[in-house]
Design a protein around this ligand. Structure first.
Ligand code: AMP
Length: 399
């Protein structure tokens, strides 16, 4: 089957066409600045050149129309016509408590995703626009919704409840949900596969360290805790997000700087993390790493706080699972940052961890990076959320 995987952001749209038999990417690309001046589509067919075109895109329907046109282009396209696309898999950010797994999209599912929009006001509406646009342009093609939150729905009450009046959970479903679920699920399963061990018998900690970052604890194949919460702001220090702070910080800054709650939230989401900690040096870990190696005090501070927080979560999740067998690093920084992995693992001597320096310096492979005598296995596993979405889509459509 050929599956089109769509990931709609508020002004962007990532896509991949995947052959489900070979699990190879047939073509991929990105639409940027949708609805803004200077909209841009980039498109790369497998084995071909990347092409980028500035083209007006008033909305997501227009963007998807251009994606389909690119896929069917007689010269650079990869399908003869749209009938060759068998299904569409949509990444949906928030499924609330309604969705514990991926699901075929129908009107009822669309309503339920709409109902979760309050919990993800920037993401779910964009995801829905993507679904509606595909329905319009590809009528009758089956579509599947794959939720960022679904994998974490197995968390027990003690992990998902906040220590606030229970009525807010009862009235508004204020609780911890967790995100990056597709990645945590894919990476933890892949680790078991690579190690040739039964997934259901392992205690795995997945560190998804990208611009957004989260850690999860996966015990016997089920997520038992994760670091993001009601929103993706909780947990680790990220590119621009603060992660955990004392909630009183909000009130304190608001008073001192005469700012509204919305303004302070904007600071915590967009101006904090390693960007804020490094005194605005950068939110990009490549810059932070370069600064750290030059002993730039701002970069050193940002790097140290980032790595320490990851190590603390690993400790917490080792306790939550009464042990850990495997620690996996994934996403932009987790996959590409030997220095970050090293600095984090330096805290984990109590788990008997030693790294194999040569393996730790490799990139882009599913690989064990701990040394043979390490008591706990450490791995780098490149994440592949698009493939995971395509797999779920095929499984549901074939049913
Ligand atoms: P993601 O959100 O998963 O796409 O990850 C983005 C982050 O990964 C950015 O902060 C990048 O700087 C970081 N990243 C990408 N490549 C590298 C690299 N070679 N070394 C360190 N960090 C990297």
């Amino acid at each position: 089957m050929k599956v089109l995987v769509i990931n709609c952001g508020s002004s962007s749209l990532k896509f991949q066409l995947i052959d489900s038999e070979t699990e190879k990417v047939i073509a991929k690309g990105l639409c940027e600045r949708i609805g803004i001046d200077g909209s841009l589509i980039s498109y790369t067919p497998a084995g071909g050149e990347k092409e980028s075109n500035v083209t007006p895109m008033a909305d997501h329907t227009e963007a998807i129309r251009l994606v389909l046109e690119a896929l069917c282009n007689p010269k650079t396209g990869v399908v003869k016509d749209l009938s060759e696309i068998d299904a569409v898999g949509h990444r949906i950010v928030h499924g609330g408590e309604n969705f514990t797994s991926s699901t075929i999209i129908d009107e009822e599912v669309i309503k339920a995703i709409e109902n979760c929009s309050e919990l993800a006001p920037l993401h779910n509406p964009a995801n829905l626009i993507g679904i509606r646009a595909c329905q319009k342009l590809m009528p009758g093609v089956p579509m599947v919704a794959v939720f960022d939150t679904a994998f974490h729905q197995t968390m027990p009450e003690e992990a998902y409840c906040y220590g606030i009046p229970y009525e807010y959970y009862e009235k508004y479903k204020v609780r911890r949900y967790g995100f990056h679920g597709t990645s945590h699920s894919y990476v933890s399963k892949r680790a078991a596969e690579v190690l040739k061990k039964p997934y259901e018998s392992l205690k795995i900690i997945v560190c998804h360290l990208g611009n957004g970052a989260s850690v999860s604890a996966v015990k016997n194949g089920k997520c038992v805790d994760t670091s993001m919460g009601l929103t993706p702001l909780e947990g680790l220090v990220m590119g621009t997000r603060s992660g955990d702070v004392d909630p009183a910080v909000l009130e304190f800054i608001a008073h001192k700087e005469n700012k509204s709650i919305d303004e302070v939230m904007n600071i915590l989401n967009k101006k904090s993390g390693v960007l804020g900690l490094s005194n605005n040096l950068s939110s990009d870990f490549r810059d932070i790493e370069a600064g750290y190696l030059k002993l730039d005090a701002n970069a050193v501070r940002a790097m140290k706080v980032f790595c320490y927080r990851v190590a603390k979560y690993i400790g917490a999740y080792t306790a939550a699972m009464n042990g850990v067998d495997v620690i996996c690093f994934t996403a932009g920084v987790g996959e590409n940052g030997p220095l970050v992995r090293n600095l984090i693992c330096n805290y984990l001597g109590y788990l008997g961890i030693t790294l194999d320096e040569e393996a730790n310096n490799k990139r882009g492979e599913d690989i064990v990076i701990s040394s043979q005598d390490s008591r706990t296995i450490v791995m780098t596993i490149p994440t592949n959320e698009e493939l995971a979405i395509a797999r779920d889509t095929v499984a549901l459509v074939k049913k």
